[in-house]
Each structure stands twice: as structure tokens, then as C-alpha cells.
Design a protein around this ligand. Sequence first.
Ligand code: ATP
Ligand code: MG
Ligand code: FE
Length: 348
Amino acid sequence: MLVLGVESSCDETGLALYDTERGLLAHALHSQIAMHQEYGGVVPELASRDHIRRAIPLLQQTLADAQVQAADIDAIAYTQGPGLAGALLVGASVACGLGLALDKPVLGIHHLEGHLLSPLLASKPPRFPFIALLVSGGHTQLMRVDGVGRYELLGETLDDAAGEAFDKSAKLLGLGYPGGPAISRLAEFGDPAAYQLPRPMLHSKNLDFSFSGLKTAVLTVVKQHSANICEQDKANIARGFVDAIVDVLVAKCMTALKQTNLKRLVIAGGVGANAQLRAALNAAAAKRRYEVFYPELQFCTDNGAMIAFAGAMRLREEPGAARKEYGFGVRPRWPLDELRPPQAALPA
Ligand code: ATP
Ligand code: MG
Ligand code: FE
């Protein structure tokens, strides 16, 4: 079965073709980062308009790269939410318009399910069940994953998401948007002993997170330096920030594995691309004989491949999940725990 995936929840337009027999055939992505950079963040109206400009050329590129015709597509999976309403509407209308024109069924996918299942696209995929740490620009959640659509929320952030903390702290240091990769690179030159920033909720028994205090701590030290902050100061602060956030993320993952008695940990979402986080998780897991799985770097942040793949995973278990119903609706807010497993997977 050949599934087309369409992603447009925020500032990336992603198209991909996943075949249940042959795997990922092709994918194409356009990131709007450069366009939003001068505003210091995503401008929703500009995002929607750019998705409109990019979607069809990316579709054509994906079909050409995969060497298939549009008529070969069996089903179309698109991100139905959560995300920016206008941006989601573009992807949904492209998917449903194409479905109507080609007489193919469509299926709305939860964006976070796409992130969550993206490590399964890797050459060495994890088996269910596992603990998943979803660390993206809008979410920070620990989940127990027993299969497609079988997600139990164990803990989440009470305020900022990890990616948001990276971006806001980077902004305070005068780094561009999105600041995650930039603050991470700068931290490599920092002195780990220079700043001990708070590690919020590190010792709390539960699996929730809180990162807004850490961002405030960054603001406080930046202010202490006022205008004469030098590059080394910035690097030291970046290092203090990265060490603090990585410590908390690693500790909570280890607690989740211990509490559930599971041995496999899966990381998903943009912050999963972070080199310091990966190094610290690998070290902590090796010590305890846990296995850690990551998406390929290119599939950590938003992309169409994870949406095509999530669609294919669902359709493999429940072929009727895609329908020839094209009156699309999007869900800008959509709690992941409202998802159900594919029907055929339910016990009889
Ligand atoms: P959501 O999926 O929750 O709706 P999103 O789609 O905006 O949010 P992603 O695309 O998964 O989030 O990830 C983007 C985030 O990942 C940004 O906050 C970015 O700064 C962060 N990020 C990307 N690469 C890195 C890195 N190397 N180190 C730290 N953070 C990173
Ligand atoms: Mg993005
Ligand atoms: Fe995302």
C-alpha cells in the first residue's frame, strides 16, 4: 500500500511517500525558518501562505523522486492537528482536494503520533512496548507506548516545552530563531563550572517537568551582565542552561523506565536532535542496560515522512480508517490521549 503523507502544522511543509512493502520511497521538505527569522518566531498568516506556495511543487518533487504516478497512491494521510489552524487547513485541503481528484481515501493524523512513531522509521526500530520522551517545540511528554494508538501519558511539562525553553533562552542570549541548535553549539565552548542553573522538579517523585524557571534564571544572569556581555559569558550561560535541561530530561526518563520496568526508551521531536541530550541519555542508559532509540536527525523536527509512516501503520491494522470523505476539519488543539488504537487491533 502506497501512502502519501502531508505535514503543514507549523513552519515546515513536508510531503512523503511510504510504501508498506518497500518503506520510505521519497520525501521533500521546505522549512520556513529563514522567512520567520526576522520576526523572531513563526508568523501564522505568513506560514499558511507559504504552505500554499510550496505544497504542490513538493508533491511533484516527491512523486518524481519516488518514480510513481499520483494515480499509484492508495491513501493520503495528512496532519489534522494539533498546530496552527490556518497552516493545518492548507495541508488538509491539499490532501482532501487530491483525494477527491484521484478518488482515493484520506486519513487525518495526529502530529504528535507522527513524532512518536518516527523512530520506527530508522533502520533499527524499537519493539513495543517502550517509554517515549517527546521533546518538541510545543510539547514535553513522557509516555508509555504499547502499540499504535496505545499511549499512556505518564508526565508532561506544567509550563514551557523543552524546545520552547531552548528557543526562549537562545533569544535572551541574542541568538537567532529557532535557537535550539544555536545554543547547543555555543554551549560546547562554555565552562560547565561557571553557572549552576536550577534543575526544576529534578527530585520530585512524579514525571512532570517545568522549564519556565530555568528560562527566568537565564534572564537573571544575562541581566547581571547588562550590555557588556562577552562571547565567553554567553557560552558559559548556554552551557549552564544545556546542562540543566539535559540533567532533568535524562533523570525523568530513567525514573519512567524504572517505574514501569521497561527497558527501551524512544526519543522523538526536535530537541531529540540535540547532541548533548543524546550523549547524556546514551551514557545513563548504558549504565543501566537500557536501550535508547532516536529518529534519524532529519526526522526529529517536522517532516512529511513521519505522517506518511503513521498513516501507513494505522492503515496496515485498519484499512478502513481512510475514507472518501473530503469535508475536512482540522483540530488545532487535540490531546493525544483522545486517540484510539486502530479498530482491528482491539480485542474481539
Ligand atoms: P510540536 O511538534 O510540539 O507541535 P514543533 O513541531 O514546532 O512543535 P519540532 O519541529 O519537533 O517542534 O521541534 C522544533 C524544536 O526543536 C524547536 O524548539 C528547536 O529549537 C528544537 N531543536 C531543534 N534542533 C535542536 C537541537 N539540536 N538542540 C536543541 N533543540 C533543538
Ligand atoms: Mg518547525
Ligand atoms: Fe512537531
